[in-house]
Design a binder for this molecule. Sequence first.
Ligand code: UGA
Length: 475
Amino acid sequence: MKISVIGCGYLGAVHAAAMAELGHDVVGIDVDAAKIEQLSQGHPPFYEPGLPEILASAIGSGRLRFSTDMADARGSRVHFVAVGTPQQQGSNAADVSYVDAAVTALAPHLSAGDLVVGKSTVPVGTAGRLAALIDASGSGASLAWNPEFLREGFAVQDTVKPDRLVYGVRALPLAEEVPLVEEGSTKEAPSRNQLGAAGFETAASRASSTSGNHPDVDTLNEVYAAAVASGTPLVITDYATAELVKVSANAFLATKISFINAMAEIAEVTGADVTQLADAIGFDTRIGRRFLNAGVGFGGGCLPKDIRAFTARAEELGRGQSVAFLKEVDAINLRRRQRVVDLTVEALGDTVWDKKVAVLGLAFKPHSDDVRDSPALDVAVQLRGLGVNVVATDPQAIANARGRHPQLTYTSSLEAALEGADAVVLVTEWPEFAAIDPVWAASIVRGRVVIDGRNRLDAVAWRAAGWTYKGLGRP
Ligand code: UGA
């Protein structure tokens, strides 16, 4: 299938390459000429394991090309919109201007039968508004919302083999009243959740109970043929639900992390160990152990801005109270960054201005060079602001961090970062940091104090090597 992908950032570049790998004929379009140039040469403008390989193979096969010209979307049957929706300056709300601009620029190039597929994370109600915009263009194209759940660091795998697919499709005009079960039919009655509020089948429910009667579902099934054939769970629904699925999934994950970090705060005043607590509650399969790692908290381009945008949108809808807890989730998360700073200052003693601190990590999580809203970078910047001589290192994120905070001192050498340090702060759990030999590190630092902001180090081994070990929520 001929596919265009509008927006070639973390989401779009991976999506374009993955779609081409799946056999589609893809053009990736972005307004950033430098990015398009890099991608055309097979170089991703960011670090993502596995992406250079599929980019090279897709470009080599002739099935993937990049362009800055929206007219190159012409002729594609499916147009994915994968542009960013960052937090607005001075507000919690999402900035949807890039999505609006992308769809407005795409509209004149659409033809009847084309399907525009939104992948960006948007405030609920956006898809309905964009569908009206596409309708007004008179092209005869339609819109579906197909949220993306990929994790940075695992983006290729998550795109090629998603754990679920969600299609938000427009309601088709209903024929008279559709009986729930035809007389004499052996077909099972649709389940309650397949039914619209009125008890009649909705367009989406009809599409989910029988294949082949919603053209946009058929088109998406063709795009994701491999995933669909392998039995990937598929939820076919309306626009609003699809939009909400995405933000509520991220809100749930953020809440889970802040929950365990709140327990860490309690553990800190009671002498309990939050890592053991997480193990113990995680054995309950209703709770699960994943996303229960207490530490310096969540960051990145998604979780923080998504919970803020969700709160802002709910307030606009008069339902601010329903998600008011997300403000606490955000506050707990930010307190954990402060906690790491406080522990470090405490460890340095009376004066901080002449002390060297090795900050291990800058990316918001390992296997990524993304420093957007990174707790690690935030901690480094706060310590620097207090006058500490911060020397920061990260296997991939130094260039991005330097671009945002040139005032920090960076080194790509772990040894240089540790040498003569008065304290060591681990804030991104890269495997190479977790694997540091505490005996070796003890021999090159000045002060044997380690603050483990991700609870990843072996406290027993580090203490045995003469270190004062401080975890988060651990005695
Ligand atoms: C997140 C979601 O996990 C994806 O499903 C979603 O598609 C994506 O946002 C998005 O909206 O695009 P991502 O931002 O790549 O993915 O990162 P996560 O793996 O979710 O990690 C987020 C943050 O939480 C990181 O800073 C990580 O260090 C932190 N975290 C994660 C914890 O502090 N504790 C945990 O137990 C897990």
